[in-house]
Ligand binder design. Structure first.
Ligand code: GLA
Length: 699
């Protein structure tokens, strides 16, 4: 039986959902009959990779124009093989156009342990004439028809308010479009979705997926009146075209998707494990993420050798392990109107180069990190004066600036070579362990006159830009295997599985206000595991006369991810410094759980309008866990309900103790009691109460 291939050689989806027992559980595929002359067979068939052509009117994966201007594709099954790709079992289905020399290889990798499928498509022009690709989604996924409406969860936001949960309680007929047209993943929308049927955090059926791509992307979630849903996604077709020259191939990014019966926490667990095991650079992923200090909020552009050294000395005293100098270290960078592009050390701010500072940082026992924004240039920079043609532009249009900067055409080979040379030199001449790679404005006026003059199609820039960024990141990592990289795009604007293949953490948001952070962290926890989610303790909020949020509360919020400090340490009181030192030590004792444990959200800040949050991170074998709990305010002085934990072993006895507060007595309870009866949280009354509990199996 060739399950999934019809008599006509169309490849159909037969099923996606909970695991089945036998191969015979899926029936052979056949085309559905026409329902009417308006609802014909091809339009109703759940094709694995429907390309624009014939009588297809549903979600499309591809749109192609052949050299003779035929805008109709007819992809039929050609062959299939099961093998391995990057250590995972993989199915490759070859589709062949019925007439034209075009082959499309559909790749399905299966991460069996983590229940996710990774799909992509590779187009090969086997002929002599060019073929133009106008839509090349990575996949179309099909969810079965059902009567009970599904709920759609997505993430939305903006700068300083990223990744907030959005829920459409009832998905009805129509199409939801999630997208970025900014040339970067974006913080207004995230390439992630979940569709559940009456699920909650703890249990229930959820389909989920995310795109591994850091450029323009689209996710189209299309539901029919019968309750069938198709989800197409990949590189955005907006202003996109790719000329596939004779005998060349084009491969789409990955679209990772999965199914769980374990509710939204089951989604997190699967994606987090997949990201840690299959996506992140493995050398760094096997090491704890260091506690970092970043000087941005403390000194902004006022960077000096002396000022940074004083901060580094304070940071080392707290137990910080990585000291990062942010923006402002290169010539002209006393404000955001100059300097981007000239990636050399400012001789005025650092008369002896970075070396004395780096040596001091290393002598203090810390690693050294530096901020860069390689894709950008200020008009007021030597690079732009030398190469005004290196930015995206149309000859007769203005060159619009945002944050006073312009975007380098990173699709160009000469620009890539230049950036790689200067960054490599920076890393070779200085003992830099970490770079924060920032990207602070969208792409606009996406012209490339030189390419057009050579007969090229400048609509390729949306893809070539991202590919160029990936190429540089990959080359830097290959040349500097110990280097760690943080992905930042004005905060969490480039947080996707594509960039995570070549970076180790993400700067989640410039908003470090703990109230905002709980929402942002809840949302992004659907994509990023703890080790990737950068979170700092800073001096925010600045908007209060008295900073009334306790140091403990601010630390607990930031300790849920990869902990950093961003406050002005020279202004911190001795008391605050001592408390910070204590929490950093506590963090180091639990970071194996926070960074690499399974994360269960137990109380949702979104559901409680920011008043409550509780999260536990559990060792994969259930032997140890930490629990963070927060209550912003309690105007009615009411006790909380018992909090029921997850992920523990029912028959194991656990010792539960509050970290950082020796006065609360330890208790011993079984996993069954902790998960069934629950815990009364030792939260004090009053505003901004938090606690951190450690739960360990008794020997
Ligand atoms: C962006 C980043 C910040 C900081 C500044 C520096 O806004 O998100 O963290 O690095 O740039 O200019």
């Amino acid at each position: 039986m060739r399950a999934g291939v019809t008599e006509e050689e169309y490849v159909l989806n037969l099923y996606w959902g909970a695991r089945l027992a036998f191969f015979s559980d899926i029936s052979a595929a056949s085309m559905p009959p026409d329902r009417s002359s308006q609802d014909v067979s091809l339009a109703l068939a759940p094709e694995e990779y429907p390309a624009f052509g014939g009588l297809r009117f549903g979600e499309l994966a591809a749109k192609i124009t052949f050299a003779d201007q035929t805008r109709d594709a007819d992809l039929r099954f050609h062959d299939a093989e099961i093998g391995e790709q990057d250590g995972l079992p993989a199915l490759r289905i070859l589709l062949q156009d019925a007439v034209y020399p075009l082959q499309v290889a559909l790749l399905y990798q299966v991460d069996v342990a983590n229940d996710v499928i990774i799909r992509s498509a590779c187009f090969t022009n086997q002929g002599a004439d060019p073929i133009v690709l106008e839509r090349v989604f990575s996949a179309v996924w099909h969810l079965p028809r059902q009567v009970v409406p599904r709920r759609l969860t997505t993430l939305g936001g903006h700068w300083a308010g990223e990744s907030r949960l959005q829920q459409q309680q009832q998905v009805v007929t129509g199409t939801t479009l999630l997208e970025s047209r900014k040339g970067v993943t974006g913080s207004h929308a995230y390439p992630w979705f979940a569709l559940d049927t009456q699920a909650n955090e703890q249990q229930g059926e959820v389909y989920f997926g995310t795109l591994a791509w850091s450029g323009n992307w689209a996710l189209r979630i299309a539901t029919t009146i019968t309750g069938a849903t198709a989800i197409g996604g990949g590189i955005h077709e907006h202003d996109f075209a790719w000329t596939l020259a004779a005998q060349t191939s084009f491969t789409t990014p990955d679209f990772v998707a999965g199914f769980t019966l374990d509710g939204m926490n089951g989604v997190r667990r699967r994606l987090h494990r997949y990201v840690r095991e299959q996506v992140l650079p493995q050398k760094q992923a096997s090491q704890p993420r260091p506690v970092l200090y970043n000087s941005w909020e403390a000194t902004t552009f006022d960077v000096t050798e002396e000022g940074q050294r004083l901060l580094a000395e304070r940071a080392a005293g707290l137990g910080v392990e990585l000291f990062v100098v942010d923006d402002g270290w290169f010539p002209g960078r006393v404000h955001d109107r100059a300097g981007l592009g000239d990636w050399r050390v400012d001789p005025q701010k650092f008369p002896h180069g970075l070396r004395p500072l780096i040596e001091r940082v290393k002598a203090l026992g810390m690693q050294f990190g530096l901020w860069v924004e390689p894709e950008m240039v200020n008009a007021d920079s030597d690079l732009y004066r030398l190469h005004p043609d290196w930015i995206y532009h149309f000859p007769q249009r203005p060159r619009s600036e945002a944050r006073n900067q312009l975007v380098l055409n990173v699709g160009r080979q000469d620009v890539q070579a230049y950036l790689l040379t200067v960054l490599d030199q920076l890393l070779t001449e200085n003992a830099i362990d970490f770079i924060k790679w920032d990207m602070n404005r969208p792409l606009a006026e996406p012209g490339w006159p030189e390419y057009v003059a050579q007969g090229g199609d400048a609509r390729e820039i949306w893809v070539r830009h991202t590919q160029g960024v990936y190429t540089i990141l990959d080359a830097l990592r290959a040349r500097h295997p110990e280097l760690s990289i943080e992905s930042c795009s004005s905060g969490g604007g480039r947080a996707d599985l594509g960039v995570l293949r070549r970076t180790d953490q993400v700067w989640t948001s410039d908003n470090t206000h703990p109230d905002a952070r709980l929402f942002i962290q809840e949302g992004i926890s659907h994509i990023l595991p703890g080790r990737v989610m950068g979170a700092w303790v800073t001096d925010m909020p600045h908007d209060r006369m008295v900073n009334e949020i306790p140091v403990q509360y601010r630390f607990h919020v930031a300790m849920m991810g990869a902990l950093g400090i961003g406050g002005h340490l020279l202004h911190w009181s001795d008391e605050d410094l001592a408390e910070a030192t204590r929490w950093i030590a506590v963090y180091k004792s639990i970071r194996h759980l926070v960074q690499d444990g399974d994360q269960y959200w137990l109380l949702s800040p979104t559901a409680s309008k920011g008043d409550l949050a509780a999260v536990t991170s559990v060792a994969p074998d259930g032997s140890e866990a930490v629990l963070f709990a927060f209550r912003r305010s309690n105007p009615f002085w009411e006790p909380l309900p018992f909090l029921r934990l997850q992920g523990l072993q029912p028959a194991t006895q656990y010792r539960v103790r509050e970290l950082g507060n020796a006065s609360v007595p330890e208790i011993i309870l079984s996993g069954a009691a902790l998960m069934g009866r629950g815990l009364e949280l030792p939260l004090r009354h009053g505003s901004y109460a938090s606690c951190l509990l450690h739960i360990r199996a008794e020997a």
